[in-house]
Design a binder for this molecule. Sequence first.
Ligand code: TXA
Ligand code: MG
Length: 337
Amino acid sequence: MKTLMLKADQTDQAAKIIKNGGLVAIPTETVYGLAADALNGKAVAKIFEAKGRPMDNPLIVHIADVSQVDRLVSEFPPKAQKLARTFWPGPLTIILPKSEIIPDEVSAGLDTVAIRLPLHKTARELIAKSSPLAAPSANLSGSPSPTNARHVAQDMNGRIDAIIEGGECEVGVESTVITLATDPPRLLRPGGITVEQLREVIGEVEIDDAVLHPLAKGQKAASPGMKYKHYSPKANVILLRGNSGLFADYINARRTENAVVLCYTEDLGFLKLPCIPMGKSNDYAQHAHKLFASLRIADDGGFATVYAHCPGTKGEELAVYNRIIRAAGFEVVDLEK
Ligand code: TXA
Ligand code: MG
């Protein structure tokens, strides 16, 4: 299959492909998505094939206006409406009991559906011209999510109908996922909207175990995506916890061959290895923005080892922690000890 490269103003052409049951990769403010008509089960099935995604991992349905929610769900409770009013359009996905029109391919057999109203203008324009779009991240299953059209082409060229070029994704990590199908509501995946922000609006929000810890053997994932090895570059990721000085000393002492460091601005000049700068140590939005692109740079450079700082687990830091701790197989070297 030849994959068309479309400009951001060619949403008419993209809408035609979607209406014909095809697949189009689209920019969003979080990461690029691989979109199909969410109400066409056959089209949605092609997404799983193109990504090599396990069929039991459900997809997010993207809408262009809050008025589209009612048809997709059997219930839109007040707390969900409040979240929608506060954070949409934006990087928040809300899980609700689904309506009958949601194909099984979208919900992977669950009785719920995940819904998000993205901020990116191109995404919303395409949805308005076609239909609600089912869209997972536009990477091959298991590799880092794509944050520009080049990353998408690396993984998907020849496997999908078209890619819309829409520049760099601003947030850089996938949306925050919260379920309101349980009481109290529960955070399933951290992202650009923090759990603290969610609590400010609707009160109690639990954090699902799988956000911070590996699933125990036999434990069922509330969000099926959490059980798969995710966000992993080919390189071995080693996370270090400790201040800048200890960080540089540890890495310099080892002189690991073929290694690269995801470093903060403050580390520059102290490390004897190649570095990929992630921004200032307290610029958490920048760390998220650069995370997946940096992991791809490490892989493209053929590096075997990636050293990185271990982020904290509060506020904006949780989103990066959740991804990088998986890439590191949940292991952290504590330099203070
Ligand atoms: O920012 C994003 O959310 C991006 C862009 C394209 O919008 N999309 C994205 O989709 O990250 P995906 O498929 O890579 O991640 C969706 C996550 C998965 O972990 C999946 O298991 C979970 O959401 N999910 C989807 N529907 C669910 C449901 N009904 N119940 C529980 N988890 C669900
Ligand atoms: Mg994904």
